[in-house]
Design a protein around this ligand. Structure first.
Ligand code: ZN
Length: 425
């Protein structure tokens, strides 16, 4: 007979033990004595990484390896260790020396230090309560930085319950099927896209553990390059990447996850993770934050519209000329009414074709005709040769006695002179 219930998918090991205790209705200490089979046994157990794997696995009818890989945080905490190191660690946990139980406290600390309190999804809990009659704590929800349920896309509820199992009433509890219960502290303040990328990356790390050290460094460097973190010299701009990552997550989240940036630029932790051959041990959550950051940078990059060669539409100058000529005539008529004088520039600006006209007047035959007429009119501001109007009004300027004395011949002569000298436009 097994003492522990069959684990649900993604149920964390502590939750299996807690459910077993509830099913049998025992106090924790005698229950653990049964589970571990030790007289004067333990009064607490691990929530995230069970040390007595073989014993607990046997109690819930699983293979110890299956329990380690599917129901503990071991795949997460060992994900970025060198391959041989992770395998040796797994073997030590699965095959402890006779009479000894391996200590997993230091490994579990990798999760618990950045994620000290349990989280759950209200939707998951409600659904489980309805389907299974009981709720359970999910392994993925407890990973550092995971603030979103991937199944339901809703923010997780943060509780004030520690990630350990002791006789404290709250630590013996299961997720409530309603968020209104006292265990709920808050939901995340993280922007949804950031929470989503972190949750997805955590899930990926959990599903594909045991990555060779070289592979992740190369992968980060490639992703950083394609996200544009490159100096003009071609070197990777790891210092500016570190600054951008800090701005992306904000100091509050980084502090919560124990990933503060204590140094700037190329000595900050994201820059060190990009350095080939760097052997400094680092927490898994830093890998996750860097990977998630690079992923969102590359997605942003892909979403940006590509620069397109500017294309110019062919303009219908004949039509523009016709419209502009009409406008010019209209403006001239107004000037006549108000006895106003205009320059050719004023006119062209009012017709909206000044620039086009001065850069290619051959395309505006109608406008040219109107302007030619205008220049001879009394409304033209520039009167280089002296128009009839001004000759009559100020005859002495042109050495004339008076308009009345001006002969037809003089008039024709003066107009010819005006046309050749007038270069207004
Ligand atoms: Zn959910």
């Amino acid at each position: 007979m097994t003492l522990l219930p069959k684990p649900y998918a993604d149920e964390i090991v502590g939750s299996i033990i807690l459910r077993g205790r509830i099913h049998l209705g025992l106090a924790l200490k005698p229950f653990l004595r049964w589970v571990y089979g030790i007289e004067n046994g333990r009064s607490t157990c691990s929530f995230v990484l069970e040390p007595a794997l073989a014993r607990v696995a046997a109690q819930c009818g699983l293979d110890p390896k299956e329990l380690l890989e599917r129901h503990t945080v071991f795949p997460y905490v060992s994900a970025f260790l060198p391959r041989h190191g992770a395998a040796a660690l797994a073997s030590k946990l699965l095959n402890p020396r006779a009479g000894q139980i391996a200590s997993t406290a230091a490994l579990a600390q990798n999760v618990v230090s950045s994620s000290p309190f349990r989280r759950f999804c209200v939707e998951c809990a409600r659904d489980e309560k309805r389907r299974l009659g009981e709720t359970h704590w999910h392994r993925t929800h407890q990973l550092p930085g995971t603030e979103l349920c991937e199944v339901h896309g809703v923010p997780l509820i943060r509780t004030g319950i520690r990630m350990s199992v002791s006789s404290r009433v709250d630590e013996l509890s299961m997720p409530p099927s309603s968020a209104a219960r006292s265990t709920a502290v808050a939901t995340t303040a993280l922007p949804l896209p950031i929470a989503k990328t972190i949750a997805e990356t955590n899930q990926r790390v959990l599903n594909n553990p045991l990555e060779a050290a070289v592979a992740w460094c190369d992968r980060y460097r490639t992703a950083a390059r394609s996200a544009g973190f490159v100096h003009p010299s071609g070197e990777l701009a790891s210092g500016s990447l570190a600054g951008a990552l800090q701005a992306h997550y904000g100091d509050k989240l980084l502090a919560e996850l124990k990933c503060e940036m204590r140094t700037d630029g190329t000595r900050a932790w994201p820059a060190l993770l990009l350095r080939p051959g760097n052997k400094e041990p680092t927490s898994v959550v830093r890998h996750v934050l860097l990977e998630a950051f690079l992923k969102s940078c590359n997605e942003d990059q892909a979403a940006k519209p590509k620069l397109q060669r500017k294309t110019y539409t062919k303009r219908d100058y004949a039509a523009i000329d016709k419209i502009a000529a009409t406008r010019l005539q209209q403006r001239i008529r107004e000037a006549v009414k108000t006895n106003e004088r205009l320059t050719v520039q004023d006119l062209l600006v009012s017709a909206g074709v000044f620039s086009a006209y001065v850069h290619g007047r051959e395309r505006f035959p109608l406008c040219r005709e109107v302007i030619g007429e205008f220049k001879k009119s009394a409304q033209a501001e520039r009167q280089l040769g002296g128009r009839e109007f001004w000759r009559q009004r100020a005859p002495s300027r042109w050495g004339l006695l008076s308009a009345r004395l001006l002969t037809k011949v003089d008039r024709a002569h003066l107009e010819d002179a005006a046309d050749t000298s007038d270069k207004v436009e």
